[in-house]
Design a protein around this ligand. Sequence first.
Ligand code: AMP
Length: 218
Amino acid sequence: MRLVFLGAPGVGKGTQADKAAAHYGICKISTGDLLREAVRNQTPLGLEAKGHMDRGGLVPDSVVIGLVREKLADSSIASGFILDGFPRTVPQAEALAKVLNERGLHLDRVINFEVSRKEIVRRLSGRRSCPKCQATYHVDFAPSKMGNACERCGEALTQRSDDQREAIEMRLRVYEEQTAPLISFYEKQHVLSHLNGAETVDAVSQNLLQMLATYQTA
Ligand code: AMP
């Protein structure tokens, strides 16, 4: 299975990509995770990306396309992959098609996760994570039993700089302007399916796997 998970920030793409990747035994490739790792390791790429990410803007296409191109060259993607958070612009989608085409591959399905703006803001603004072990929490849906400390390692929890109110507004604006056009881009290629992402994690996951099963046997 070669899949793209599309949708605004906060729709749950990453969580669902983890679950589906485990279910199918395939790789999840998250450009957000790759970029955050580069920022943590203070690599030249991380230093370039940090300012864009903190503001809630997009990292330049050439940078993320290079990252994904490298990942797709890896033998670990032989049985499939889920791209989470990539592509986010039409030039990225065109570059992805080119890279796959060069390898004689194509996308099986693009899943567009739909969640209301109000719910997205609630989800993103309540997210917390552990800077030491990367465990994630949510103040309403999955609070740490240790208050503002990590249950696993005791470290003080932090909020991603791009989950602060102004950056959230910016990310949603960027999504509307640059990423939402991918819906019609993939619709025209007849590979797009819409999925309601507003239900519980388990319900969305069940609906997703049911939907994907119909394409596996098709
Ligand atoms: P995410 O974890 O997917 O919400 O990504 C966090 C941030 O990383 C985004 O707000 C962007 O600044 C950057 N980023 C992730 N994926 C991309 C991409 N495909 N293109 C450009 N920037 C990206």
